[in-house]
Write a new protein. Structure first.
Lengths: 267, 76
């Protein structure tokens, strides 16, 4: 017997997230390298209350074994992200990427409710991303959007990754790996120090060298893409809640890193 | 849109959405030990520091400026 999961929206934003997830699951179904590692879209429709619902498959091992879980970023995680990245891949400059466009659009929206000094910090951080990536052409890829243990099950040597409502194309190739490494620490209320971030950046660089060996991964590029991730995650939270909630453990930790970026961004 | 923790992430971190993890350390029951004997705290008066000149204010890092965009030339 195989299990499935039904997700039902309760409001309009839920409808949009489920629509997004359905689109991504349909697209990922065509990626042979990810077969068995992402949910299959079994059914989608509209419930009696007019809200969207999806029925998706769950992780199950061929031998009937149980799916496990791990918090470490393993080679299996790296392999999955490399396969996902190559499923939708574009080589371009930062200023022309979907990633930069999203950051700029989000900055404009956040200007409506952020305090002037907060907006100035965000804008300067974006400016630093642009400057550091000005002469770098690199891969901009498909990203899962919330690549973290709560969305991942281990099935032997393979992963099963769910929660595709925040997936997007043209993302920074380091977004998912940095998210996996940093978000857990922030949510567990452990300090996300400069030293910790630098070790995460080192791991991200190792991933990038392996997954995208044809590109240059000098430390300033890694630093700039780390800033892209922190800025993006902060803006995402701010847009969801219509305010910069620095008391939130994730926003607070990321905000401090944005402010102290001179301490960890390589020159 | 960028990577961000979903509600599932917050629940996971709070322990309310946690499956078995290979990384979970088994809870160890602390063996009953006699309370450690603390050394008495000793306080000594520190010698007065000589008055030093205040440290110079850190030089403000000049903000990077782009006066014009340099684009890479690519052949058609």
């Amino acid at each position: 017997m195989r299990l499935s999961l039904t997700k039902t929206a309760v409001d309009e934003s839920g409808d949009r997230l489920l629509a997004r997830e359905a689109r991504w699951l349909r697209e990922l179904e065509a990626v042979r390298e990810l077969e068995g590692q992402v949910p299959r879209l079994l059914e989608e429709g509209t419930a009696a209350d007019g809200r969207r619902y999806l029925v998706v498959s769950l992780a199950s091992a061929d031998d009937g074994g149980h799916a496990g879980e791990t918090r470490a970023f393993t080679d299996d995680h790296a392999r999955f992200l490399a396969r996902l990245g190559k499923a939708r891949f574009r080589a371009t400059d930062f200023e022309l990427s979907g990633c930069a466009e999203w950051l700029q659009r989000s900055l404009k929206k956040v200007a409506a409710f952020a305090a002037p000094e907060e907006y100035a910090t965000l804008e300067e951080a974006f400016h630093d991303c642009e400057t550091a990536l000005l002469y770098w052409t690199g891969p901009y890829v498909a990203a899962q959007g919330d690549f973290a243990p709560w969305n991942i099950r281990t099935l032997g040597a393979q992963l099963f990754v769910s929660g595709w409502e925040r997936a997007r194309a043209d993302a920074s190739p380091l977004d998912d790996v940095l998210h996996y490494l940093v978000i857990q620490r922030a949510l567990r209320l452990r300090p996300v120090t400069v030293r910790f971030l630098q070790s995460a950046m080192k791991r991200a660089r190792e991933f990038a060298l392996q997954a995208y060996p044809d590109w240059s991964w000098r430390p300033p590029v890694i630093g700039a893409l780390t800033l892209v991730y922190l800025l993006g995650a902060t803006l995402h939270h701010a847009l969801e809640r219509r305010r910069l909630e620095r008391a939130d453990p994730v926003v607070g930790a990321y905000w401090r890193l944005l402010e102290k970026r001179a301490a960890w961004m390589p020159q | 849109m960028s990577a961000a923790a979903t509600a599932a992430g917050y629940l996971y971190a709070s322990g309310r959405l946690r499956g078995r993890s290979k990384d979970e350390e088994p809870e160890k029951k602390e063996e009953s030990k006699p309370p450690a004997r603390r050394r008495p705290i000793r306080i000594a008066a520190l010698p007065e520091r000589e008055m030093r000149e205040p440290a110079p204010a850190p030089r403000a890092r000049p903000a990077p400026r782009i006066e014009y965009r340099v684009r890479r030339w690519r052949p058609e």
